[in-house]
Write a protein that binds this ligand. Structure first.
Ligand SMILES: *Cc1c(COP(=O)(O)O)cnc(C)c1O
Length: 848
C-alpha cells in the first residue's frame, strides 16, 4: 500500500445544462423518472452501462453528447421542466412544516446499519435497509428535518453469482465512492471532516460522506483512511461481514461514531431514532456526553430516554444481536471509564441476566421511552417477548406500540401505473397518496387499461429475466443450446409467480416444492400454465439458505420444471423493481409469526401484482378477502415446525389450485375480469395505507412529536425535570412494597342486569407514597383464560384519607351485556411517564 489522494474530473458541462450535476447528486432522481430520462436521452447505452448512476454517467459521457443535448431544443424543454420541478420540490412548504411550524428545524436523527436507496449504492442487504431508505425518502417528501446516520461499506453487501453447479458465490466489488451520488463532507479548512473513536488499544478515525435524498441528509462513516491501521480500514468493509468482534466494532462505529459525526457537523437532534438494535450504542455515547457535562448518570439516563425511539424488527429471541461478557467489556471499557461509572453498572444497561449476555435490543429498549414493532401482529409478538421484563403487567399493556411499515410509492410504483393514476385521480395523487377517499376513484379505471398496463410491465419483467439468465449461462460457459434457450423461457401469457427476498430459512423459499409432483402438474397444465421466478441472496455464512438456492437451481434444470422455474441472480433494488412490477402473483410464505412486517408484497400490490401470503406481518392488516389471497388461517398454532410446514404447504397448494389459477384463467372478452377487480381492490386499499408517507405521518404523530416535547421538557432548566422523573422513579421503586389493596367491597353478584351499575370501594394502603402519585382503578375485561384480556379501566375517586397511609377509593362500572371479569389495581402516576407502565409497577387486589 502507498498513500494517494483522489480527484474526480468531470467533463465541463455546457452552461445551459450545467445543473445536471446538481441533479446527479440528489437521490431525488431515483424516484423522478423524467430526471432519469434526461440522462438516458443523452446517451442510452452509457446510461445502461453505468447502471442508472448519473454521477458515473457524467464522469464518462462524451463532451460531444453533452454539446448535442445542450443544442437540442426539445431536450432543453424537458431539462427546464425537470429543473423547475426539482426546485419546486426542494422549496415547497410540505406537510410537516405546515402542521408543526414550531418544530420545523428540530432534527430527527435516524440511525441504521443499512440504507437501501438505489441500486448504485449497495449498502443494504434486504428489507431492513430498503425500509430505512424509504423512510428517508418519505421524510423528505413530508418536509421533515431528517438526518440518517449509517456506515459506508467499501464492498457493500456481496454481489451474488450462481455458478454452474447451482451454488451461490459471493463477490465483493470494490466500490468507488467518487462515482456514487455522494460527497465527502469537507470542513471550513477544506479538509475532510473526520471523527475518532477509541477501540481496544487504539484510536480509529472515520471520514464522513453525505448523500442528499431530496431534503433529507444521510451521513455515512467510512474508516478506509490511510490514517488508520490496515485492519481498521476494513471496519467499514462489508455489511454484516466478519464475526462477532467485527460486528461489535461496526456497531461501536455506528452508534458512538455516529453521534460524534452529528456533533462534528453541528447538528443537534431533538429525536434519536434507533432502527434495530445495531445502533443502540448511541445511547452510551450520549450518556458519556452528558456525564462529562456534569449531569448525574441517573438523570442523564432519564433525559436520554425522553427523546429516544427504538424500532425493533426481530420477532424471535434468537434473532437479537448479542455479545458475550468478555467481548462487551473489552469494547465498552473505554466509554465506561470516560463516564466514570462502575463497569458493572454500565454493562447492566444492556445485560440480559437470564441468558448471560449483552443484548443490543435490551440496551436500546431500556434507554428508549418509546418502543415499537413494525406491524400490529409484530407489536403483539414483541410485547409477548418482552413480557418477562414487565412482571405483573398484562401482556397487552407492555409499553411497546407498533407502526406498520410502508414503502415509498414514488420509488416503487411503475411509471406506467403513475400515468394511469394521474389520468384517473389527478396529477396531485402523488402528494395525497394517503388519502383513502381519493383512491376510490381507482374504480373508474377501465378493465382494459388495467390489464394493458400490467401486460406491458409483465413483458418487460420477462425480458429482463431472460436477459439475466442468458448472461449467467454465457458467463458459466454453459452449452450454446442452453444459452439460446434463455430467449424462450417464461411464457408471456402464463400465470407467473414471483418469490424474491433474502433467503433466510424462516421465509421457506422451497415450501412450494413440498410435493414436487403436485407442483409439476400445476406448472404443466397446458390450458392453464404456471411459471415461477425465484430470486434472493443467502448470507455467505448461512449454509442452509445456500442449500435452498441450490435446490431451486437443481429443480429448474430438470424436466418437468425446465423453463418454468427460473432463478434470477443478484436480487437487488433493480431486480426487485422489475419483479414487483411485472409478475402476476407475489408469493410470501414465511413461518408464522416470524415475518415482522415484510414490505415486498406491498410494492407488488401497488403495481397490481396480487399478494398471496400467509397471514403474517402486515398482511392481516391489509387482507380483506377481495384484495389478494391468504394462505391458511390466521394464527395457526403448531407444536413443531414440521407440522407447520406440512399444514401451510397444504393451504398453499389449495389456494393456488382452487382460487388463484382458476381466477386468472377465467376470461370474458379475453380479459380476466374477476382478477382485474382484485387488482382494483388491491390498488384502492393498499396504496394509501401502506405507503411510507402514512408510516412517517404515524411515526411523527405517535412518536416523534411526543419525543420532541418530552426531550425539551426533560432538558429544560438544567435537566430539572429529568432529575425529578429520576427521583420519582427511585422513590416509587423503593417504596412500592408498601402498596396494597387492603379491602374491596362491591355490590357485584354472580348475575346482574344490563343497565345496572357495579359499585366498587377499596381501602388502599400507600404507606409513604402520596395519593397524587398513584392511580387506583377498576380494571375489567374478558375473563377467558387465566388472565383478563382486552382490558379497560375506570379511575376510582379518592373518598377519604383514613390515616396511617390508608385511603378509601370508590368507583362505578356501568354494566353492558356479556360476561366480564373485574378487579382493582394501583399503579404509579406521573405526568411525564411516557407510558402508564414505563415504570413497571402495579399492585392488584388480592381477593374480594
Ligand atoms: C422490499 C425488498 C425486500 C423486502 O422483502 P420482504 O419479502 O418484505 O422481506 C428485500 N430486498 C429488496 C431488494 C427489496 O426491495
Amino acid at each position: 500500500m502507498f498513500y494517494f489522494r483522489t480527484v474526480s474530473v468531470n467533463p465541463p458541462l455546457p452552461e445551459r445544462i450545467s445543473r445536471l450535476r446538481e441533479l446527479s447528486y440528489n437521490l431525488w432522481f431515483s424516484w423522478h423518472n423524467p430526471a432519469r430520462e434526461l440522462f438516458k436521452e443523452i446517451n442510452h447505452q452509457l446510461w445502461e452501462r453505468v447502471e442508472h448512476n448519473p454521477v458515473k454517467f457524467l464522469l464518462q459521457v462524451r463532451q460531444a453528447d453533452l454539446e448535442r443535448a445542450a443544442a437540442d431544443g426539445e431536450f432543453l424543454q424537458k431539462y427546464d421542466a425537470v429543473m423547475a420541478e426539482y426546485d419546486c420540490y426542494m422549496s415547497q412548504e410540505k406537510w410537516f412544516q405546515q402542521k408543526y411550524p414550531q418544530h420545523r428545524d428540530k432534527v430527527i436523527a435516524y440511525f441504521s446499519a443499512e440504507f437501501g436507496l438505489h441500486e448504485s449504492c449497495p449498502i443494504y442487504s434486504g428489507g431492513l435497509g430498503v425500509l430505512a431508505g424509504d423512510h428517508t425518502k418519505s421524510a423528505s417528501d413530508l418536509g421533515m428535518p431528517f438526518v440518517g446516520v449509517g456506515l459506508l461499506y467499501k464492498h457493500g453487501y456481496f454481489y451474488q453469482r450462481i455458478n454452474r453447479s447451482g451454488w451461490q458465490e459471493a463477490y465483493y466489488p470494490d466500490i468507488n465512492f467518487n462515482e456514487l451520488p455522494m460527497t465527502p463532507v469537507v470542513g471550513a479548512s477544506g479538509l475532510d471532516t473526520t471523527v475518532s473513536l477509541e477501540l481496544p488499544g487504539r484510536n480509529v478515525f472515520a471520514r464522513l460522506w453525505e448523500i442528499k435524498v431530496g431534503l433529507s441528509r444521510l451521513i455515512l462513516l467510512d474508516t478506509d483512511l490511510p490514517l488508520n491501521m490496515e485492519e481498521d480500514r476494513k471496519i467499514t468493509g462489508r455489511l454484516y461481514g466478519g464475526g462477532r468482534e467485527m460486528r461489535i466494532t461496526q456497531e461501536m462505529l455506528l452508534g458512538v461514531g455516529g453521534v460524534r459525526a452529528l456533533r462534528a457537523l453541528g447538528i443537534t437532534p431533538f429525536v434519536w431514532h434507533i432502527n434495530e438494535g445495531h445502533a443502540a450504542f448511541l445511547n452510551l455515547e450520549r450518556l458519556r456526553e452528558m456525564v462529562s457535562e456534569g449531569i448525574s448518570a441517573a438523570t442523564a439516563r432519564e433525559a436520554i430516554r425522553a427523546n429516544t425511539i427504538f424500532t425493533t424488527h426481530t420477532p424471535v429471541p434468537a434473532g437479537h444481536d448479542v455479545f458475550d461478557r468478555h467481548l462487551a467489556e473489552k469494547y465498552l471499557k473505554g466509554l465506561c471509564r470516560d463516564t466514570g461509572l462502575d463497569c458493572d453498572a454500565f454493562m447492566d444497561l444492556g445485560w440480559d441476566a437470564e441468558n448471560n449476555e449483552f443484548n443490543m435490543t435490551l440496551l436500546a429498549m431500556r434507554m428508549a421511552a418509546f418502543c415499537n414493532g413494525v406491524s400490529k401482529l409484530h407489536g403483539e409478538v414483541t410485547r409477548q417477548m418482552f413480557h418477562r421484563f414487565y412482571p405483573g403487567i398484562p401482556v397487552e399493556e407492555v409499553p411497546v406500540t407498533s407502526v406498520t411499515n410502508g414503502v415509498h410509492t414514488r420509488s416503487w410504483i411503475a411509471e406506467e401505473w403513475k400515468n394511469v393514476f394521474s389520468r384517473y385521480l389527478g396529477a396531485g395523487w402523488v402528494e395525497q397518496v394517503t388519502d383513502e377517499a381519493m383512491w376510490q376513484r381507482v374504480d373508474e379505471i377501465p378493465d382494459r387499461e388495467i390489464w394493458d398496463t400490467h401486460r406491458i410491465l409483465k413483458d418487460r419483467a420477462i425480458k429482463y429475466v431472460r436477459e439475466k439468465v442468458k448472461e449467467r449461462r454465457r458467463r458459466n460457459h454453459e452449452p450454446e443450446g442452453l444459452i439460446m434457450e434463455a430467449d424462450d423461457i417464461m411464457l408471456p401469457h402464463a400465470l407467473t409467480i414471483g418469490f424474491a427476498r433474502r433467503f433466510a430459512t424462516y421465509k421457506r423459499a422451497t415450501l412450494l416444492f413440498s410435493d414436487p409432483d403436485r407442483l409439476a402438474a400445476m406448472l404443466n397444465n397446458l390450458d392453464r400454465p404456471v411459471q415461477i421466478i425465484f430470486a434472493g441472496k443467502a448470507h455467505p455464512n448461512d449454509r442452509a439458505g445456500q442449500e435452498l438456492i441450490k435446490k431451486i437451481l437443481d429443480y429448474s434444470r430438470e424436466e418437468p420444471f425446465r423453463g418454468k422455474i427460473v432463478f434470477l441472480e443478484n436480487f437487488d433494488i433493480n431486480a426487485a423493481r422489475h419483479l414487483v412490477h411485472g409478475v402476476d402473483i407475489w408469493l410470501n410464505n414465511p413461518r408464522w409469526p416470524m415475518e415482522a412486517s415484510g414490505t415486498s408484497g406491498m410494492k407488488a400490490a401497488m403495481n397490481g401484482v396480487l399478494h398471496c401470503s400467509v397471514l403474517d406481518g402486515w398482511w392481516p392488516e391489509a387482507y380483506n378477502g377481495q384484495n389478494g389471497f391468504a394462505i391458511g388461517h390466521p394464527g395457526n398454532l403448531h407444536l413443531n415446525e414440521e407440522d407447520q410446514d406440512l399444514d401451510d404447504s397444504y393451504y398453499l397448494y389449495k389456494v393456488l389450485e382452487e382460487k388463484v389459477i382458476p381466477l386468472y384463467y377465467e376470461r370474458r372478452d379475453g380479459l380476466p375480469f374477476r382478477w382485474i377487480n382484485i387488482i382494483r381492490n388491491a390498488l384502492r386499499t393498499i396504496i394509501p395505507r401502506f405507503s411510507s408517507a402514512r408510516m412517517l405521518k404515524e411515526y411523527t404523530e405517535k412518536l416523534y412529536i411526543p419525543a420532541i416535547n418530552r426531550g425539551i421538557a426533560f432538558m429544560e432548566s438544567n435537566f430539572s425535570e429529568a432529575e425529578r422523573a429520576c427521583r420519582f422513579k427511585r422513590f416509587m421503586q423503593e417504596n412500592w412494597h408498601h402498596v396494597k389493596v387492603e379491602r374491596t367491597e362491591t355490590n357485584g353478584r354472580w348475575d346482574m342486569q344490563a343497565g345496572e351499575e357495579l359499585t366498587v370501594e377499596s381501602v388502599v394502603k400507600l404507606g409513604p407514597i402520596s395519593p397524587e402519585e398513584v392511580v387506583v382503578e377498576i380494571a375489567f375485561g374478558n375473563d377467558r383464560g387465566p388472565y383478563l384480556s382486552d382490558l379497560n379501566t375506570i379511575v376510582m375517586e379518592l373518598k377519604e384519607r383514613v390515616g396511617d397511609g390508608l385511603y378509601r377509593y370508590a368507583g362505578r362500572l356501568p354494566l353492558c351485556q356479556g360476561t366480564y371479569g373485574y378487579t382493582v389495581r394501583v399503579r404509579p402516576s406521573y405526568r411525564f411517564l411516557a407510558d402508564k407502565f414505563e415504570l413497571p409497577l402495579v399492585r392488584w387486589a388480592e381477593n374480594f
